[in-house]
Design a protein around this ligand. Sequence first.
Ligand code: ADP
Length: 814
Amino acid sequence: MTKVKGGPTDSGGPVEVPEQLSILPLRNSVLFPGAIIPIDVGRRKSVRLVEEAISRERPVIGILTQRDARTEDPNDGDMYAVGCAARILKVIKLAKDNFSVILQGVTRIRIDEYTQQDPFIIARVQAVPDPATTDVELDALVMNLKDIAKRVIKLMPELPKEAGALVDSVNEPGQLADLITSNLDLQVDEKQDVLETFDLKARMRTVLQFLSRQLEVLKVREKINTQVQEEMGRNQREYVLRQQLKAIKEELGELDEAGGDLEEFKEKIAEAKMPAEVEKAALKQFERLKVMQPSSAEYTVTRTYLEWLVELPWSVSTEDKLDISEARDILNSDHYDLEKVKKRILEYLAVRKLKSDKKGPILCLLGPPGVGKTSLGRSIAKAMGRKFLRISLGGVRDEAEIRGHRRTYVGSLPGRIIQGMKKVGTNNPIFMLDELDKLGHDFRGDPASALLEVLDPEQNNSFSDHYLEVPFDLSKVMFLATANIIDPVPPALKDRLEILELPGYTRDEKRSIAKQFLIPKQIEEHGLDGKVMELTEGGLCEIIDSYTREAGVRNLEREVGSVCRGVAVKVAEGSKDKFTVDAKDIPDFLGPQKYMSEVAERTAEAGVATGLAWTPVGGDILFIEATKMPGKGTLVLTGQLGDVMKESAQAALSFVRSRARWLGIEENFLEKTDIHVHIPAGAIPKDGPSAGVTMFVALASMLTGKPIRNDVAMTGEITLRGSVLPVGGIKEKVLAAHRAGIKRVILPERNQKDMVDVPDQAKNEMEFVYVKRIDELLPLVLTEMPEKYGKIPSGGGTTMITPPTPGQPPPTTA
Ligand code: ADP
């Protein structure tokens, strides 16, 4: 039996350690002399051991740590051979066969021999108390250990405050080392190592090492902690400040809704693959934007500008197809006839395919509305695999509309060209400049000159828009133009254009277009099909004749669409019948007839002549009415006539007066008479010299009282000397006459050459008479000739020699 002093907290005096000790195996921890630990006891042998021990007074048992905590029933070899004798301070019974036992380490023990295994292990042991020596080195080690221990304690806020004082109070080197080790966070084998080190100095050095390591770990932990905290602190601070700022801005109404995505611009700038120079400009604006007050006007301006820059197709393009036979197929499958135009378009595409420089002329499709100009443009785009884009130049009178406003103006925007490029999203679209003839110009600059730059292959690779300020490359764009009339197009622009004329369609052509294209298209667009609906030939003709009057087929398409809509309603209402829409059904769908055949309605009347007019929307017929009343020779002209037309009315009247005797009317008829010439459709301005012939006929008929045939129409300029001069727009006028059901057309002789362009159908169905002189006219147009016509009254004038007879070559004046 060895008597040892109790540990530092021992209260009961020296403890006797018997030579035979009951051994309690311990998992996962090591008991040191002086330390007090609670353990749970539940294993059968351990429970028996505790039960036996508490039956004794001040029991002491041996505690050995298991080498492997998983061993359930450890034998001799399963435990370390050095352990600790312990006093049982307290046993608390938690349940049957389950105790919580509080142990106090007393002294190191070394196992000599196991003497019993059951019901619990008993061994013969030797107590190994620490020797009571001191020397300088030990003192130094003690000091060192205490010092580091206290520093470690400081870094571990989770330890109680008394820990430092406790360390200070222990002066025995071995005890100190044990105390520290049992409180350190070490591996079981490391602790066991200390327990087994009987030599004090060696033990203290080992502990010193562990402690120093612990100190380092703690220091690093501390450092990381402070760093994390600092970081957290900064982030948190920033977050809180930002939230406050947001709240303030919200309060002031200055919040920029999209404020968060400013950084996105940077990505977008990179994605847009701009030319270097442009990218530089964009980045500069981006940097400026970042430091701007979101509520300022400049912020909005700069932001919008940047949005424009990043959204333009700087480097997005589609791949060209340019397969000529495919292009031909597409053009043919989308359009009826138009052979000449299609041929020229194919030639144009072929040249582009062979020759990559883009210096060719710009194709300009010229013709009235609804003849398929836009749809040809779309087909070209389809054939080339490019995107299609159309902008209307109608009413553009300001250069800035083409080239944009400088950004200094509030609300300024890029011009239509750049807007179009953004909309279409590729840099090589087919770009149709519509209504080139409607381009105006005034004091705000000449849009035509800006357009010239757009169309000029030498310049358009760096088109400058006032708003963008950086050049944009338009050289990959293929431009097309359209116009209704060529005359108003500025000459410089005209120079760059190659004109392809689409004059308008005859009734038969319209029928074919409708049958092959418009009706199937509309039927499909309205979700019907041929089985449900059929528009008969008669129905179609009724629409063409009584609901449209146009050179193209736009209104025709619209009216066919209306019929389809009407049928669609009936189908949707559940009707299962097939609808055959005939002429008599048309008013049900389209309402009352919009156009009567005025020519047919009109009975032949004296003083009303049918003229042919040219308008930008194709040719048309017009009526010239003349009447007389008592008066003093005033000529009244109404119907919004332009100056040139007024003058030709004057000329017609003068010519009538000069031919009065020949016409068989009183020479001084004007002395007691006022004459009124009116051209109905009074709201539409009319001008030009080509109604001269018609005015003469109207006046002559009115004054002689002889009616004019209602199926004859005429056009031509007159001179006071009696000649008929050629006029423009013959093709359109002839087509209009054909549409109106005219049978005979009177044209100036020198216009005969223009007849090549007139479709055969019109040529075959009407009679054409070419006149050189005014005197030839009356026999061609009047239902009957004046009785006194051509009779030179006695003592009469000298100008006429032989009067003309109907159908005979007219006289010439000397
Ligand atoms: P524009 O641009 O000359 O005013 P559009 O191209 O808008 O005329 O044509 C109007 C409608 O008429 C379109 O639906 C078009 O497809 C059709 N169209 C015009 N001409 C023809 C044609 N020759 N063949 C088939 N459809 C045509």
